[in-house]
Structure formats: C-alpha cells, structure tokens
Ligand binder design. Structure first.
Ligand SMILES: [Zn+2]
Length: 303
C-alpha cells in the first residue's frame, strides 16, 4: 500500500516536471518570437526584406510595423530606407521665371511589358512624355517597344538588370546592375541613358551611393507613390494622383498592370486640364534642380 502511494507520488512529480519543462520551453519560444519581431522592426534590412514580398502576410506585418513607427505608408518605404548620414536633395524653392508651365513627371517601372505599347498609344494621343524605368533583362525582348518609346520622346532609364535588392549587393555588383542596364538601353536606342537610375523598391544605402558616385549617376525616387501594384484599381490611381499632384512632382507607376494603363486614360487628360505639362524626369530635373550631383538620391516636389 505504502509502496504504491509513493510510486504514485513519484509519478505525479515526474509528470509535473515534464509539464513545467514544456511550459518553460513554450514561454521561451514565445519570448524569442516577440524579440525577433521587435528586432526586425528596428533593424532596417529585415524590415525591408519583409516589405519586398508583395501581397503576403509578411508585407501586412511590415506595413503594420511601418505604421507603428509613425511613417506615412504612401511615402513610407523611401522614407525609412534613407540612411540619415546620406544627403538627400531637399528641393530648393522655384526659381522665378524658370517655369514655363506647371510640370509633372510620370514614371513607369518594371517594364517593358506587353502593356507598354498600349500605354504608348495613350501617351501619343495626348502628346504626353514620360519616363520608363526599365529592367535590363526585359529590354531585348521588347526592343521594338523601347525604340518606339524613345523615338516618341520618352525617356528610358535603368531600374537594375533583374530587379535584385541592391542594398544586399556589393558595390561591384550594384555597379554591374547599373552599367549592364545602361549598356542594353544604349544598344537599343543608340544613345546613352541619362545619368540617373531608379533602384528597385526605391532602396538607398551607402553602397548604392558609392556605386552611383563612382559611375556619375544619381538615384531617382519619387514624390507620389500611387501604390498601383497593390490596389490594382484605376479609380484609386486617379484619385491618389489628383489629390497629391503638384508642380514638380514625380509619380511612381508600373506599366505591368492593366489597371495602371487604364487609369492613364483619365489621369493624363485630367492633369492636362489642370494646366500640367507632362515631361520626362530629365526635363523636370532641368527646371527644378538645374544639375544633379552624382550619388545623391532625388525625389520630386511634394504638396
Ligand atoms: Zn520595380
């Protein structure tokens, strides 16, 4: 009798120890996950990495993190990735007499695509000029589209060779992404591309700055982010641009989504009706900045 009671008690304590060990383990895992999330929110690289997976749970998580950090989502990505020690153009006030009209630069990333021709038709109809930020390894397959765009007066600039996350590459590899893309643009259009490029996701760090400085390039960002890739809704694009349009703005769009192309059918005439001239980034740079300094990231004017 006594022996069996002792055995029961021993068995009870044995089970209790296992439960305690399991609970401690689960608590540690929970704390670990929490710490990881907090560190991810603080450590820029990790947050950017999450931000680059579109339409996933991770992105929602990152956007939440960005919101927690009190940064505008629409301008969020570029704000967060600016490292404080890097000089960024703070736009000078307009020089009186320099402007002919109100100007705005629409920029289309991630093409060329099968939709670019359709966009070119719309641009032709309104005499609008825009800037295409092309991915190098797509240029050859759409060389006729690129030639058509170039001959119509649009601007073709690089947006990396294969949309790699440049902040994770060495200075040499960043340089290769820039120069390879510029070379294929020059090969197809017969003219060197302008001395600036757009980095994927608008990312910027000291290695990008160093690579750009060595090559004599500046980094093109934007002042109006339509988030067209996320909403895929022509009304959203129209309303967002109409709300934030201002003289000297640079608008980020993507000519790989049908809704973006559709939106241009209303956005472009509406901007023209408001007195805007749609110009290339080089023209906008000429009127606003005069000259660009290599290695510096620039955006357009904001409201
Ligand atoms: Zn892109």
């Amino acid at each position: 009798m006594y022996r069996s009671e002792r055995a029961d008690r021993r068995h009870f304590f044995y089970q209790l120890k296992i439960w305690i060990a399991c609970s401690v383990f689960l608590i540690l895992v929970g704390v670990g996950v929490l710490v990881y999330f907090l560190v991810a929110m603080e450590a820029d690289e990790t947050v950017y990495a999450l931000a680059e997976i579109p339409n996933t749970y991770f992105e929602t998580l990152t956007m939440a993190a960005i919101k927690v950090n009190n940064t505008y989502i629409s301008y969020g990505i570029q704000e967060i990735i600016e490292e404080p020690e890097i000089p960024v153009y703070r736009i000078p006030t307009n020089t009186p007499g320099v402007y002919r009209t109100k100007i705005i630069a629409l920029t289309f990333d991630d093409g060329p695509s099968w939709l670019t021709e359709e966009l070119l038709d719309i641009l032709d109809a309104y005499g609008a000029r825009v800037t295409f930020c092309v991915i190098g390894d797509r240029v050859e397959d759409h060389s006729e589209t690129i030639v058509r765009a170039f001959e119509a007066g649009h601007e073709i600039v690089g947006h990396s060779w294969d949309h790699r996350i440049l902040t994770r590459l060495s200075v040499q590899n960043i340089s290769a992404q820039i120069t390879q893309t510029s070379e294929i643009i020059e090969q197809v259009t017969g003219e060197p591309s302008p001395p600036f490029f757009r980095a994927p996701y608008g990312h910027f760090n000291n290695r990008i700055k160093n690579a750009a400085t060595d090559l004599g390039y500046s980094v093109l960002n934007w002042s109006i982010d339509t988030l067209d890739w996320r909403y895929r809704c022509e009304e959203h694009i129209y309303e967002h641009i109409m709300e934030y349009a201002c003289d000297g703005a640079i608008v980020l769009l993507h000519d790989i989504h049908p809704t973006t192309i559709l939106a241009m059918e209303t956005v472009i005439p509406a901007l023209i009706n408001l007195g805007y001239e749609l110009v290339t980034v080089s023209e906008l740079v000429y009127y606003i900045y005069g000259e660009l300094e290599p290695g510096v990231m620039f955006t357009g004017l904001r409201q």
